[in-house]
Design a protein around this ligand. Sequence first.
Ligand code: ADP
Ligand code: MG
Ligand code: MG
Length: 894
Amino acid sequence: MAKKKPAGSQMVYYFGKTRTDGDTTMKQLIGGKGANLADMTSIGLPVPPGFTITTECCDQYYQNKQKFPKGLMDDVAEAVKTLEKETGKKFGDNSNPLLVSVRSGAALSMPGMMNTILNLGLNDESVVGLVNATGNERFAYDAYRRLINMYGDVVMEVHHEYFEEAFAKIKKKYNAKDDNDVPTEGLIELVHAYKEVYKKHTKQDFPQKPMEQLELAIEAVFKSWNSDKAISYRRIEGITGLKGTAVNVQSMVFGNMGDDSGTGVAFTRNPSTGENKFYGEFLINAQGEDVVAGIRTPQPVDEMPKWKAPTDKTIGKKMHDELMKIKTKLEKHYKDVQDIEFTIEKGKLYMLQTRNGKRTGAAAVRIACEMAKEKLIDEKTAILRIPAGDLTQLLLPSFDPAAKKKEKPLTIGLPASPGAAFGKLAFSADEAVDRAHDGEKVILVRKETSPEDVDGMHSAAGILTSTGGMTSHAAVVARGWGKCCVAGAGAIEIDEKGKKIKVNGKTFTHKDVISIDGSTGEVFAGEMATVSPKMSGDFETVMKWADKHRKLGIRTNADSPEDAKRARDFGAEGIGLCRTEHMFFEPERIIHMREMILAEEKPAREAALKKLLPYQRKDFEGIFKAMAGLPVTIRLLDPPLHEFLPHDAKSQEEVSKATGIPVAKIKTRVAQLHEHNPMLGHRGCRLSVTYPEILVMQVTAITEATINCLGKKIDAKPEIMIPLVGTVKELAMLRRITEETIEDVKTKKGFKGNLPILIGTMIEIPRAALTADEVATEADFFSFGTNDLTQMTFGYSRDDINSFLPDYLSEEILERDPFQSLDTTGVGQLVAMAVEKGRKTKPKIKLGICGEHGGDPASIFFCHTVGLDYVSCSPFRVPIARLAAAQATLKHGK
Ligand code: ADP
Ligand code: MG
Ligand code: MG
């Protein structure tokens, strides 16, 4: 028996009755698949024995100019010997041959990304051995033709189509409709034909030495780690820092040995809805990938008990019972939903894979709640189990049932991934990417999708396939992303080249809109109306749990009463950022705004501002009303003035008409206001320093609105935020004018009481962070404007970053877009420093964040650790922030 080598140098990890080296904690080293195969073996589940080559070997393979690490094949040979002993079969034998599969498997699951080779070890001699050992000639040649095909395709890159063509010829000759209808002699002929195809395209004979087959297959798995589709998938999923893929070599079991054999995939609970019901598909007399490939349509596992074989009338019931026992055992062991692959060989069940099942946001919520109820996990685990970002899916609209009633679906496919999507048809992944990039909403229609399509699938609003089941590539990937998908809509005829589909006699082209309902599988012509979602009881439970544990307050970024109201319904505890510039863009307002900017003298400016005042006041009253009793942070005017200017001739004419200023003069003024770097130019508090009357108007509107609301018993709580401060003196000056203005308004309105309006600033210029102790002397609160802070700390223009960001991400110079997820190492230091300095000056100073980062779970975690009081994010992200804040407390402690 092979001896275990000292830790660190071991390249091959065995699993089986002889010994099991790995366990579930070793995912980094032996990959998720390998770790769980070892683990399942250890807990006594029926797993065919095998061994795993470490991810470190893959890493070394690349470091070593694509050569195997020294001694790897010796260790592999030794492990094969152990496997031969354990199974009583011999690799390449002509009486009872050992066959193996070669499977990839990185630390994180990448469904369908890498290639599996089955039946390895077959050659012209051992195929006869397999006939002798099994007494099943048809099966043996079926296995052999599959090997030549997979090996040719995966290892030698012979296009699958060439094999398909050869197969089609044989099928035609034997008048066979299905693969399974081809008789034995047909399969023997097919093996010859496949060998010819192989030779024609590789200029070599199909390798007859099993060890040579194995070596090349292992290398092919290593190579697949850096295939385009694998790289693409890692980029989209943001997977970085992995060593490579492990390689699993496992003795074969056969689902294609007759009517008492089969193969399947299943989830221990429903991955779309979360319902606690075993869910999956199986195929009788089939091997491996047949289920996922969509060649034959599988049956739902629910129907398994009805399965009868001539030799065994109760086989289905027995297998189903056993699977149910395994479901319980796996869930008890992993304490999570499992996604499993199994094969039945002549009435004996084998487990080939288990992993935590990918699920939709809705399913994640339901599963967490129900598992907590079942006492499988505790409340804290349940909270940590739900990917906070996935809650967005629960907040998305669905099709309006009333509208649906009036419309007959064109066809109904499988409800592969819930959601409601509509768009124009796109027929290839590239087309979907391009058109989505140009701002179009598209539905990607394919016969079936493959890993090459992931970019296009990601870009599309929804995915529609005409073949493939609930566990097909499209379905699995879409569910992982929470993207709407209808699969297997067989009535749809796709003409990819002609760019049209035909369904029930109607034709649709790339110009036509269709709607797909991923929760029901329905497909409709045209754009269907949508309705906002209703929150489930489980969602409420999760939110309640989250509120119990979180320390961070949650506010929202909202500029209108509607947004404010929505955010409040989602649980926002205030507004952390109310931008005022958006309020100036409506047609009847922009004209006065332009008039103000174009004015050269203060009196003219003041006259224009006077016309804007009532609009602003009314806006604020609406927002105060919606947020009554909760704080509302209002940011004074921030963008460069030129953003409001009329740049084209037509709008210049309009302004001229409305204001009486000659067009020529407008042109000159526009040119005067031009800046080379507007985002670093005349904006933010700098505007109020040069034009204090703008600030006066805005503060007047805020104060009047507050007094008016209080008069109506509406508890308005404004906080005035002065943007883009870099030195304490700017803030001191503007604070003084703000306070004077508030006093003026009070006097004018005869308001006697106390108006508790806080005055604070954004920390978004690095200098403000560095001198936060000084700035704090003039501020009642800080709100970190991490969008600008990131822009100025990195020196990346946030409006132009897309010209180089993709390269930075693919070269892994940056792990992720720093505008989406806060750069905690760099920008984070400035935040942490400002928190510390600010609190030193003013221990009670209120601290929050209002950049985009306020709704990003990883950034929220950081905000919790540096001790902010609240985060503020867009209304739809409020539930995400509540959950992420609770997760931060649980992960980080106080
Ligand atoms: P993927 O990561 O794409 O799911 P797998 O390595 O899991 O690829 O292999 C795909 C399928 O091949 C499995 O679900 C299983 O049905 C079949 N398979 C792999 N290894 C074996 C084996 N040793 N015996 C029988 N079938 C196997
Ligand atoms: Mg698998
Ligand atoms: Mg800013």
